[in-house]
Ligand binder design. Sequence first.
Ligand code: SF4
Length: 248
Amino acid sequence: MAKTPRKPSQPAPARAAKPLSAAEVRHFIAALARANPQPRTELHYRDPFTLLVAVVLSAQTTDAAVNRATPALFAAAADAAAMAALGADGIAPFIRSIGLWQSKARHIAELARLLVERHGGKVPGERAALEALPGVGRKTANVVLNVAFGQPTMAVDTHIFRLGNRTGLAPGKTPRAVEEALLKRLPPETLRDAHHWLILHGRYVCKARKPECWRCAAAPFCHFSPKTKPPAGSAAGKTAWKGAYHAT
Ligand code: SF4
């Protein structure tokens, strides 16, 4: 997961686009689906517990940074009981390269302890139980419910918040408003994968500072204007989006 979007009290981006029509929404998400048929989270994990820990660690940090830290951490503590036994002081040395490592070490130690105490060491598949854990907010719960439990949730991070407004896919002044608009507007059968399509699209193509419209599969259905042009001398063609959804 990427950075947390602006707080609900903060205004939406100035350039929120006119909402896409229902047909344009269908075409937009179908274009992303064709470009990236098997989307996956970029966080490395083995099971719901390691996914939960990785997502908590990813707040305000890149997935790549989390993936560099977690192999050694999970080798030392592969489940909730072992993580609780490790404790915050034992977790900290493994995650010092990650932003907010001190508070994250405390949260992970405590959430592991609570998983053992309340859920027999398992990660619960219910939103309220997840959000009752330290360090777990709505966005983290949405990722876990979607990826580990296959629920059609939408975790709105900074990329999806920007994309929903910039393109007209789901304009909204807060992350929650964008989440609800996406859940309402996207075809139900796409909801399981849509969160990955949109995050990866925002991360690699519809970038924050300058979207790369010239290589965007969804450009014909997007209301952002004017679209950006390819860099001078680029051999961009109609299929430039192929292979676009990977770290470089
Ligand atoms: S056309 Fe440009 S603004 Fe619209 S989704 Fe694609 S990259 Fe983003």
